[in-house]
Design a protein around this ligand. Structure first.
Ligand code: PGA
Length: 266
């Protein structure tokens, strides 16, 4: 794991945006894995800025989102499709027919719909860079604690903690879905690179378990210990429970020259 500790959430977003911009410039048909939630909003703002100010081109990008609520219309303001449109897709020149979310309707077996999403990712050539957040309970995507480490895209029931964490986004009278379709942990591990962003003290415990804890379904993010190219970008607060911060800061400084000379990607 490459653990990068930065001063504040803005620097985390800036760093993540640099990875994406490099990928876009290097690959003829980049495939991005995208995430929703509060953390990536500032990353998407940076990408919009790059598009407006530096003409960063997204026309050749295909994207796959991590998750989507069960049985929700795309134009529902709570859908993750809507989140992506408002925060990113409508503000850049991506072809929205190439943007995918793991939707799940009531008409077809959800297991069939999950496998179809896996096929779509595979047919696109796999995900080059998967952006991730982390839940306070260590989830990635909606892979809640106890998720199989070899899970694939499927329907998951959300935990009380996740429902509580996300309730801030729903009006009191609004229906909050308790199930979601999510890429599995094995789906995430298949991405060529993963970049997890975490900011704030409320993530510090989960971040420490992900990096230093045992590989365990109790902390689904700990599965990233198995990934060959996992990049964890943290602000100081999210890194605050890590015992070996000095080493990460030093190692990152050593690596900067290599990144400058050769870029982030192999
Ligand atoms: P957050 O969610 O960015 O809203 O904190 C992260 C996650 O649950 O993956």
């Amino acid at each position: 794991m490459q653990v990068i500790i930065l001063e504040n959430p803005q620097q985390v977003a800036q760093h993540a945006s640099e990875w994406i911009v490099e990928l876009l410039s290097k690959k003829a048909h980049p495939v991005l894995g995208l995430a929703t939630g509060s953390t990536p909003i500032s990353l998407y703002q940076k990408l919009v800025q790059r598009h407006q100010q530096d003409q960063t081109d997204f026309s050749h990008v295909t994207s796959f989102n991590l998750d989507e609520y069960h049985n929700i219309e795309a134009d529902n303001k709570q859908s993750y499709r809507m989140f992506m449109k408002q925060n990113l897709f409508d503000k850049i020149n991506i072809d929205q027919t190439n943007t995918h979310l793991p939707t799940c309707n009531l008409i077809q077996d959800p297991r069939v719909q999950g496998m179809a999403y896996e096929d779509k990712i595979r047919n696109a050539g796999g995900i080059d860079l998967q952006i991730l957040g982390i839940g306070g309970n260590g989830h990635i995507g909606f892979n809640e604690p106890s998720s199989s480490l070899s899970s694939r895209t499927r329907l998951k029931t959300l935990t009380k903690q996740t429902l509580q964490d996300n309730s801030r986004l729903f009006d009191s009278a609004e229906y909050q879905p308790s199930m979601a379709m999510t890429m599995g942990i094995a789906t995430i591990l298949d991405a060529k690179y993963v970049l997890l962003m975490a900011t704030g003290k409320n993530k510090a415990k989960a971040v420490n378990e992900m990096i230093n804890g045992p590989l365990s379904a109790r902390c689904p993010a700990s599965a990233l210990q198995l990934h060959q190219h996992a990049v964890i970008v943290l602000d100081k607060d999210a890194a605050s429970e890590l015992s070996n911060q000095e080493y990460y800061i030093w190692a990152n400084r050593e690596h900067q020259k290599i990144n400058q000379d050769y870029g982030f990607f192999l």
